[in-house]
Design a protein around this ligand. Structure first.
Ligand code: GLV
Ligand code: MN
Ligand code: MN
Ligand code: MN
Length: 421
C-alpha cells in the first residue's frame, strides 16, 4: 500500500468542502434584487463570476480544465494511474446559468455535487480505470437566447450552427456577437463529434423540480424520462394607436387577443390529461401605458410524455389563436423555436444505478436537461435530490443541507461503480 501510494502522483485534495458550503460561496453571485432569487443569464457578469469560481474549484482539485469551442467547461480527473484517454469517459455535470428570478439549486446543485463527489472518490482512494470528467454546460435554461440546452445541442450537433449564431437576446445582440465577446470563435460553434465521442456515460445530478421525492419520503431518486417539450413564439399584430383618442369600437388591440389566448392555452392543456402548457413571457410592442400596442409577442411552452399529444395541443392553440386574432381585428403567426421529443434514459444504466442506490425511487420529470439532449448519443442517467418546496424556477426552490450531502454521496457511489469496472 505504501509503495502504491508512493508511485501515484501527489494530487491536491480539496477536503472538507460540502455541497452546502460550495453553494454558500456562490450565494452572492447573480442575486436579482428586482425579481427576487437569482438571474444568471449565460455570458452575463454573474455567469462569468460563476465560471471563474468553478475554474478555481476545479484547479484546487488538480482537475485539468478546458473550455471547448461551444463554451462547455470540461474538468478532467488526471490519470492516477494513467488511463487510456481514448476510452469512453464517465462524465458528470450540470449548468450555472439560471432562469430570470430562479432558485439557488437548479444547475448549481449538480455542479457543486460533482466537485464534492471528486473529493469523496479521492478520500475513498478510488482509482478510475477509465477517463473521468466534470462538465458545465452554457445556456441550459435558454433564458438569454431562447433555446434551452443550447450548449449541449451545439456540441451534439442537434441545432444548426447558423441558426444558433443568429439567435438574439433582448438587446438584439446575436449569439455570435456575444460569444465572440466572451472568448469563443463563433465560426467554430457547432457539432463537436470528438468531444461527444469522449463521453461514454453521462450522469447529471439535479434538484427535483416537483413533488416525487417528497411523496416517496426519499432524499435521492433516479431519473427515468424527460417529457417532450417545446417553445413556440406567437406574434399578434394589430394597430398601434392612442389610448385616449381611439374609440373602443375602432380598436385592433393585440393585447386583448393575447389575454384571450393565454386563457385558451390553459384550457387546451386542461383538455388533454397530463399535458402542460404555459405562457410565461409576453411582450407588448412598444409597451406604454397610454399606447394601444401594435404587436404582442408571447411565448408558449408545451409539454407531454406523448409527443403526438404535444403536437395536437400546439395545433389546437394555433387554430384557436387564428380565430381569436380575427375576432379582434388582428393577425397571428406561430413560429417553433425548439422542440425536443420525450427522452427515456438508458434502462441498463438506470438499473445499474438502482443496484448501487437501493431504495432510490425511479422518477420521470417535466423539466428539460442537457442530459436529455446527450441521451440521444450516449448512455445517460440522472439523479434527483428532494426539494421540500416542490417548487422550482422560483426562489422557493429548496434543498435541505443533509439531502444535498446525501445527493453528493449518491453521485459518488454511482460514479465509483462506473469508474472502477
Ligand atoms: C429548463 O429547466 C426547462 O425545463 O425548461
Ligand atoms: Mn431549469
Ligand atoms: Mn437545470
Ligand atoms: Mn432545465
Amino acid at each position: 500500500r505504501e509503495a502504491d501510494a508512493a508511485a501515484a502522483p501527489a494530487l491536491p485534495v480539496a477536503g472538507g468542502d460540502t455541497v452546502t458550503g460550495l453553494l454558500a460561496e456562490i450565494a452572492a453571485i447573480g442575486v436579482d434584487r428586482v425579481r427576487g432569487g437569482y438571474s444568471r443569464p449565460v455570458f452575463s457578469s454573474a455567469e462569468h463570476d460563476l465560471r471563474a469560481w468553478y475554474l478555481a474549484q476545479a484547479s484546487k482539485r488538480g482537475l485539468q480544465v478546458d473550455t471547448d469551442r461551444n463554451g462547455v467547461i470540461w474538468a478532467w480527473w488526471p490519470g492516477e494511474p494513467p488511463v487510456d484517454t481514448s476510452a469512453p469517459a464517465v462524465v458528470t455535470g450540470s449548468h450555472l446559468d439560471s432562469v430570470p428570478g430562479g432558485g439557488a439549486f437548479d444547475g448549481p446543485l449538480g455542479v457543486a455535487s460533482a466537485l464534492v463527489a471528486v473529493d469523496l472518490l479521492r478520500a475513498r482512494g478510488v482509482r478510475p480505470v477509465r477517463p473521468f470528467a466534470l462538465t458545465v454546460f452554457p445556456e441550459e435554461e435558454g433564458s438569454r437566447f431562447g433555446v434551452a440546452c443550447l450548449g449541449s445541442r451545439l456540441l451534439a450537433g442537434t441545432i444548426d450552427p447558423d441558426r444558433a449564431r443568429s439567435l438574439t437576446d433582448l438587446n438584439g445582440d446575436s449569439f455570435a456577437e456575444v460569444a465572440a465577446r466572451n472568448g469563443l470563435d463563433p465560426r467554430f460553434v457547432g457539432a463537436d463529434p470528438e468531444a461527444l465521442a469522449r463521453i461514454g456515460t453521462f450522469v447529471e445530478l439535479h434538484v427535483e423540480q416537483g413533488r416525487g421525492l417528497i411523496d416517496a419520503h426519499q432524499p435521492v431518486g433516479i431519473g427515468s424520462a424527460v417529457l417532450g417539450h417545446g417553445r413556440w413564439k406567437l406574434s399578434i399584430s394589430g394597430e398601434g394607436n392612442h389610448a385616449g383618442t381611439t374609440l373602443m369600437a375602432d380598436r385592433k388591440d393585440p393585447m386583448v387577443a393575447a389575454a384571450r389566448l393565454v386563457v385558451l392555452v390553459r384550457d387546451t392543456a386542461r383538455a388533454h390529461p397530463r399535458a402542460r402548457a404555459t405562457v410565461g413571457r409576453l411582450q407588448p410592442v412598444p409597451g406604454g401605458t397610454n399606447v394601444i400596442a401594435s404587436r404582442v409577442d408571447l411565448w408558449l411552452d408545451a409539454r407531454h410524455m406523448d409527443d403526438a399529444v404535444t403536437a395536437s395541443v400546439v395545433a389546437e392553440i394555433h387554430a384557436g389563436a387564428e380565430l381569436i386574432a380575427a375576432e379582434e381585428g388582428c393577425t397571428v403567426t406561430l413560429t417553433e423555436e425548439s422542440l425536443s421529443a420525450t427522452v427515456h434514459f438508458d434502462p441498463a444504466l438506470r438499473d445499474r444505478l438502482a443496484t448501487v442506490l437501493p431504495g432510490a425511487p425511479v422518477l420521470d420529470t417535466g423539466a428539460g436537461h442537457d442530459a436529455a439532449i446527450l441521451s440521444g448519443f450516449v448512455s445517460t442517467a440522472m439523479l434527483f435530490v428532494r426539494n421540500p418546496s416542490g417548487i422550482s424556477h422560483s426562489p422557493e426552490e429548496y434543498v435541505e443541507d443533509s439531502d444535498a450531502e446525501a445527493g453528493a454521496a449518491a453521485l459518488a457511489d454511482a460514479l465509483e461503480a462506473l469508474l472502477i469496472s
